[in-house]
Design a protein around this ligand. Structure first.
Ligand code: ZN
Length: 890
């Protein structure tokens, strides 16, 4: 497996399989050391194919015997394949017995053990680590699964579909037999055998059908399942209401597992979740955790249609299910949040994620299109581009056909393709065909460049007002930088939602020349050329353009707006997203000026006043205010620069935050007092927003206090930390102490650890908070190194590894990028250590170096050296090999 460099797989090489597997019966004799798997498959020749040898995937398996039509048949084991050179003519039954070793499975792909139970993870290519199979998504089979295991150790035996039989066996063992009526690809197979308990809920859906919903967790965690169950019920209701997509199963199960590489997995009827996205109690989970659980529960549930009923033909089409399902979960969360501002707050959070993760990816060494053309290791392509940019592509389709048109397109998609394994082209075609008169239908081939071209397009806007003719001409230009294997980019179809405001903030009616008089004050311009002009008529005064409202396309907008324009938008834009964006731009311009000129940042009265106006605004939501008052992140600032000095960025941003803390001191005091939440905890947007703003105020007050050597606010924060009635407030207070470098953080941290010793998810927070605290004098880095040796720390649990290593290397640039290169040494050591037992996790952490080439010296050379050191190892996994090889190619 680890010899030589693996071959790239290419999209252009797709060929249908020579054989299909129509049904499979699996029997598991579960044993942590040696599990025996018996498989009986109905194999059918692909009439369109040429026959030939039957090649089954298999990895880390021991074959025991192979029978075709009940007769033993000769087979060979090749690299990762079991080859039957002379299978019987016609359709036949293939029986295979093999073993695997769940306890030794440290990769957490295939069948593995966690907390004394058995769990599976099969996407993308984990099923081949359980038994020999055509482990590719276009081979769909009906599964019948029998599990046999010790009854006392594994009282609960679950698999996909419906329970058809269960009972006791000899020797203290028992069995359960499950049947899933829906044909599915192997990546959606799952089993669980463990000592678990369930929260159950019976529901009746619109059609009058009864369903059983279950959330399975370890004993002792039942009191943390209410929110996940409520989120699941809400998801079922939403998908029926918005897309007419009902629950198609009698039983729908969620199982939480403590060792999991990703967030969660949409196995048919048996979703397996990282505990992080299931367990919530006010005392242990923050508002953000509650929101994340709602969206991940929704996401996996929505996959039941977008991913499971219609699946991917091959893994290059991954965004077919992921981009679409992220879009669906984003819409779900927006619809759940209620008010228009709460929706905007969610949109801002999603755009924040896109810019923070996907824009750097699109500009870095692993840049790839939403539908990649090649990969070495598919696990490396579960990316922000496939997920988040993919969701933006679907969102643009909705913008081009309208909300109702999009729902119609979804219906046509299911009419055409239910039960099939299809491509991104099939999806786009269905949406366009359902909306023949739409801009999408008109531009479809060009629109699909969003799937094919990597990189973030840059849209440059220039406006010119002509007073005598009362016209305003807007010139929009687009360009996209070359990327890996794509030198020339063709123009995209870019929907630009926009409006014009008068200088006193009034929305203007939008009428283009040659159009009849208009009253609409917002419209979508569809940019198709490299450059286009739009002339608005009847414009009474020079307007301020508000472009790319709600972030209508995943582009970088360069509009040359000055402070005066941005201040108008910040105060008056009816689009809440652009209002926030104007505030970010005002902050960004000041930060970039200070960073580029190597000059100390000194905030001006206009900026401070504008921030005060937002903070004190009588009607704006608290959650929205908190977002406006938070300056752009260090990562986002870095993306605006050609050459990145992380220390200088950190210093500038810290200066901005401190000056906001000082200049608005009285306002922050007011904000803290005025946003306290009384009564029992709920995670609803309104109280959550108040907590967010109060916690931001507390952090600001502590920062100002420690700078002045005043202990009053530090003491208050410590008091809040001790008395807090929920985790959001407790963590907020601890963060205020940590972020202000207060000595009281050293009292609070051990106390926090004591309070939550037995709670793995809270301990993850404890590690993550310390690793992401603002760096000063290298103390954060030193602390993280010391924490590596903490008795609660282990690299073997992915959540714990991420809480320390990813938080430092990925989320804390100033602690990580050190002039002495110690951060890079730390990184290379952890990547190599992790790669020996969990390549997927190692590779994700390896990717924090994607943007090394953009660093200024001395960081750049030191980073390159560290990557080269990892690349020089001969025993790397394909996962890490692909990442470091591509990094060195930049
Ligand atoms: Zn997904």
């Amino acid at each position: 497996m680890r010899e030589g460099i693996a071959q790239a797989v290419r999209r252009a090489d797709y060929a249908a399989p020579a054989y299909w597997i129509r049904s499979v019966e699996l029997t598991f004799d579960l044993d942590p050391v040696r599990t025996i798997v018996a498989s009986r498959m109905a194999v059918v020749r692909n009439a369109a194919g040429t026959g030939g040898p039957l090649r089954l995937h298999g990895e880390d398996l021991e074959p025991l015997r192979v029978l075709a039509n009940g007769q033993s048949v000769s087979f060979r084991s090749e690299a990762g394949e079991l080859v039957i050179d002379n299978p019987p003519e016609g359709d036949f039954t293939l029986e295979i017995r093999n073993t695997c070793a769940p306890e030794k499975n440290t990769q957490l792909s295939g069948l593995y053990t966690s907390g004394g139970g058995f769990f599976t993870q099969c996407e993308a290519e984990g099923f081949r680590r359980i038994t020999y199979f055509l482990d590719r998504p276009d081979v769909m089979a009906v599964y019948t699964v029998t599990l046999r295991a010790s009854k006392s150790r594994y009282p609960v035996l679950l698999s996909n579909g419906n329970l058809v039989e269960q009972g006791d066996l000899d020797n203290g063992r028992h069995f359960a037999k499950w049947h899933d009526p829906f044909p599915k690809p192997s990546y959606l197979f799952a089993l669980v055998a463990a000592d678990l308990v369930a929260r159950e809920q019976h529901i009746r859906t619109r059609s009058g059908k009864d369903h059983l919903l279950q959330v399975w967790v370890r004993r002792g965690d039942l009191d943390k399942t209410e929110h996940a169950m409520n989120s699941l019920i809400a998801s079922v209701v939403w998908d029926e209401a918005r897309f007419r997509l009902p629950l198609d199963l009698d039983r729908f199960m969620i199982v939480a597992v403590g060792d999991f590489n990703m967030g969660a997995m949409e196995n048919k009827g048996l979703n397996i979740f990282n505990t992080k996205y299931v367990l919530a109690h006010p005392a242990t989970a923050t508002d953000e955790d509650y929101a994340a659980i709602e969206s991940v529960v929704g996401h996996e549930y929505f996959h039941n249609w977008t991913g499971n009923r219609i699946t991917c033909r091959d893994w290059f089409q991954l965004s077919l299910k992921e981009g679409l399902t992220v879009f669906r979960d984003q819409e779900f969360s927006q619809d759940m949040s209620g008010s228009a501002t709460a929706r905007a707050v969610k949109r801002i959070a999603d755009v924040h994620t896109l810019r923070e993760l996907q824009f750097p990816e699109d500009a870095g060494s692993m840049a790839h299109p939403v539908r990649p053309d090649e990969y070495v290791e598919i696990n490396n392509f579960y990316t922000a581009t496939v997920y988040e940019k993919g969701a933006e592509v679907v969102r643009m389709m909705q913008t081009l056909v309208g909300r109702d048109g999009f729902a119609k397109g979804m219906s046509l998609y299911f009419e055409r393709h239910d039960g099939q394994a299809v491509t991104c082209d099939d999806f786009a075609q269905a949406i366009a065909d359902a909306n023949p008169g739409s801009e999408l239908a008109r531009t479809l081939p060009q629109f699909k460049r969003w799937y094919a071209q990597a990189g973030t397009p840059r849209v440059t806007a220039r406006g010119r007002y002509d007073a005598p003719t009362r016209t305003y001409t807007l010139a929009l230009e687009q360009a996209c930088a070359p990327s890996h294997g794509q030198a020339d980019k063709q123009p995209y179809v870019i929907p630009v939602a926009m409006g014009l405001l008068s200088r006193d903030g009034q929305p203007m009616a939008l009428r283009l020349e040659d159009e009849p008089p208009a009253t609409a004050t917002e419209r979508v311009l569809v940019l198709e050329e490299a450059r286009s002009f739009y002339t608005f008529v009847d414009v009474d005064s020079e307007p301020v353009p508000s472009l790319l409202r709600h972030f209508s396309a995943p582009v970088t907008l360069v509009d040359g707006l000055h402070d005066a324009d941005l201040l108008v938008l910040l105060a008056h834009d009816p689009d809440a997203f652009n209002r926030w964006e104007a505030g970010q731009r005002l902050a960004l311009q000041r930060l970039l000026t200070a960073i580029r000129n190597e000059a100390p940042l000194q905030l001006d009265a206009a900026f401070v006043g504008a921030m005060r106006d937002v903070l004190r605004h009588p009607t704006l939501d608290a959650a929205f205010k908190a977002q406006v008052l938070t300056p752009p992140s260090e990562t986002y600032i870095a993306e605006q620069l050609e050459s990145v000095d992380p220390q200088r960025i950190h210093a500038a941003r810290e200066a901005m935050v401190l000056q906001l803390a000082q200049a608005l001191h009285g306002d922050w005091e007011w904000a803290w007092e005025a946003h306290q939440v009384a009564g029992p905890y709920t995670s609803a947007p309104e109280p959550a927003g108040r907590r967010a703003l109060a916690n931001l105020a507390l952090a600001m007050l502590c920062l100002d206090a420690t700078a002045r050597g005043d202990v009053l606010w530090q003491g208050r924060a410590y008091q809040r930390f001790k008395d807090a009635a929920n985790m959001t407030d407790r963590e907020g207070a601890l963060w205020a102490l940590l972020a202000s470098h207060s000595e009281m953080a050293d009292l609070a941290l051990p106390r926090f650890h004591d309070m939550f010793r037995g709670d793995a998810l809270v301990l993850d927070k404890w590690f993550a908070l310390q690793a992401s605290a603002p760096e000063r004098d290298g103390r954060v880095f030193a602390r993280v190194k010391a924490l590596l040796k903490h008795p609660d720390f282990t690299l073997h649990n992915p959540n714990r590894a991420r809480s320390l290593v990813r938080s430092l290397c990925g989320d804390n640039p100033a602690a990580f990028h050190r002039a002495d290169a110690a951060g890079y040494v730390f990184w290379s050591e952890r990547v190599i250590e992790l790669d020996a037992f969990n390549p997927q996790l190692a590779s994700r952490i390896a990717r924090v170096m994607d943007r090394w080439a953009q660093l200024a010296e001395p960081y750049r050379s030191a980073a390159r050296e560290a990557i080269a050191r990892v690349a020089a190892r001969t025993d790397l996994s394909n996962d890490v090999r692909e990442v470091v090889t591509r990094a060195l190619e930049t």
